[in-house]
Design a protein around this ligand. Structure first.
Ligand SMILES: CC(C)[C@H](C(=O)O)[C@@H](O)C(=O)O
Ligand code: SF4
Length: 469
């Protein structure tokens, strides 16, 4: 019977199936960070258990890490979480990219970069944006801390079989329209819950034409559509990205792996539980105006009015969002001023994101009233950006150039947005308080964020001469 890639990867990993019970899945890769692992290790210790497969486990520090003076961690909880991770990795024999490692970075940036992530794997991490790794055709999803303990102890996980959802994106993206705009548009059109209970497979010409970095941006935000995971069938783009990476199979083994990976793609005629479509022509540079990722408009639009919503609950949510965001319905988004710009996070902090932002910034200056920072997703991205001269472009323009970490994506480290101030951010969540208490977040692409830094407000990058994205 014809199968989707989702079913194939799932079936390949089922080690126990019983009527009326979840399946028991084998886990190929377990990524660990400092925030969601301490209690899991403590659980092992109390039960006198070992880590079953330290060789299939990899840890990094990202959420709590200061991105300037990184060795001075002032917050006590943050400091404790980081030293605890260090100790746990040492005691349980788990490889760790700590602050001294050139491989340190955001967990979802370093997995692919090191070639730990590859097609057909089951990948878990105590972190919701684990869906990022789905860009490689892996089944990758976030788990809770008790599940982290279960995977550490057994390398397996009980899981309810998900339904399958195809999100097909056809056509060709216009100049200046990015992967971030694609996923924000999907979420605007279908809502923050349309993926609940499903694993998404993204298909269509728009996806096929994307680089791996762009595909990661799309899969990263599957979770913001409520999905368990989001993935993309591997192809030549995937294989050439992985070739030669540190943990990728090498030599003949790589060629054999490619043969296997090719067989993972969804079979002709396979059926999904649900299918939705989006056309490239429907997508334009996008800015979120509200307090969840579906509350977005294009750069040409105005803030919606309550009349734009039919359901009473949506009208109410809009009212609350106007208030929190300090916005008046009907205002053109291009008139909204920002005080902060954050280019970073596991959504948009890879080298191509920084290249796109630098292209817009080159030879220009950050507006006087704006504080702008670029936070590479990993120390490797940082190094590469420095070698390519991107950091110099940012620094000359007046951006702060930082070390790798989650940074301003969420307020678990010193990089926060003050209450009442507005930030154009390339991250993935715009909930109340996400970037700091009372902080107002607008999610955008790297090029849109870069332009907002120069003009102090949202501008249409399609109208800038420099925009080449
Ligand atoms: C801290 C962590 C548990 C959290 C997550 O799971 O996603 C964080 O990474 C986030 O983006 O909100
Ligand atoms: S960058 Fe943001 S979304 Fe990604 S793992 Fe860190 S906190 Fe979570």
């Amino acid at each position: 019977m014809a199968k989707t890639i989702i079913e194939k990867v799932w079936e390949n990993h089922v080690i126990n199936r019983e009527e009326g019970k979840p399946d028991l899945l084998y886990i190929d890769l377990h990524l660990v960070h400092e925030v969601t692992s301490p209690q899991a290790f403590e659980g092992l210790r109390l039960k006198n258990r070992k880590v079953r497969r330290p060789d299939l486990t990899f840890a990094t520090m990202d959420h709590n890490v200061p991105t300037i003076n990184r060795f001075v961690v002032q917050d006590e909880i943050a400091s404790l979480q980081m030293t605890t991770l260090e100790q746990n990795c040492k005691n349980f024999g788990i490889p760790l990219a700590d602050l001294n490692s050139p491989e340190q970075g955001i967990v979802h940036v370093i997995g692919p970069e090191l070639g730990l992530t590859s097609p057909g794997k089951t990948i878990v991490c105590g972190d919701s944006h684990t869906s990022t790794h789905g860009a490689f055709g892996a089944l990758a999803f976030g788990i809770g801390t008790s599940e982290v303990e279960h995977v550490l102890a057994t390398q397996t996980l009980w899981q309810q079989r998900p339904k399958t959802l195809q999100v097909d994106i056809s056509g060709t993206l216009a100049k200046g329209v990015s992967a971030k705009d694609v996923i924000l548009s999907v979420i605007r059109k279908y809502g923050i819950n349309f993926g609940t209970g499903y694993v998404i497979e993204f298909t269509g010409s728009v996806i096929r034409n994307m680089s791996m970095e762009e595909r990661m941006t799309v899969c990263n935000m599957s979770i913001e559509a409520g999905a368990k995971a989001g993935l993309i069938a591997p192809d030549e783009t995937t294989f050439s990205y992985l070739k030669g990476r540190k943990y990728s199979p090498q030599g003949r083994q790589f060629d054999e792996a490619v043969e296997f990976w090719k067989g993972l793609a969804t079979d002709e005629g396979a059926e999904y539980d649900r299918v939705v479509h989006l056309k490239a022509e429907e997508i334009a540079p996008t800015v979120t105006w509200g307090t969840n990722p579906s509350m977005s408009i294009t750069i040409e639009d105005t803030i919606p009015t309550p009349d734009d919503y039919e359901a009473e609950v949506d009208k109410k949510a809009a009212h609350r969002a106007y208030e929190y965001m300090g916005l008046t319905p009907g205002t053109p988004i291009s008139e909204v001023e920002v005080q902060h710009v954050f280019i970073g996070s596991c959504t948009n902090s890879r080298i191509s994101d920084l290249r796109e932002a630098a292209e817009v910034v080159k030879g220009k200056k950050v507006a006087a009233n704006v504080r702008a920072m670029v936070v590479p997703g990993s120390q490797q991205v940082k190094k590469q950006a420095e070698e390519e001269g991107l950091s110099a472009v940012f620094i000359e323009a007046g951006f702060e150039w930082r070390d790798a970490g989650c940074s301003m994506c969420l307020s678990m480290n010193p990089d926060v947005v003050p209450a009442g101030e507005r930030c154009a951010s390339t991250s993935n969540r715009n909930f109340e308080g996400r970037q700091g208490k009372g902080a107002r977040t607008h999610l955008v692409s790297p090029a849109m964020a870069a332009a907002a830094a120069l003009y102090g407000k949202f501008v249409d990058i399609r109208k800038l001469e420099t925009a080449s994205v």
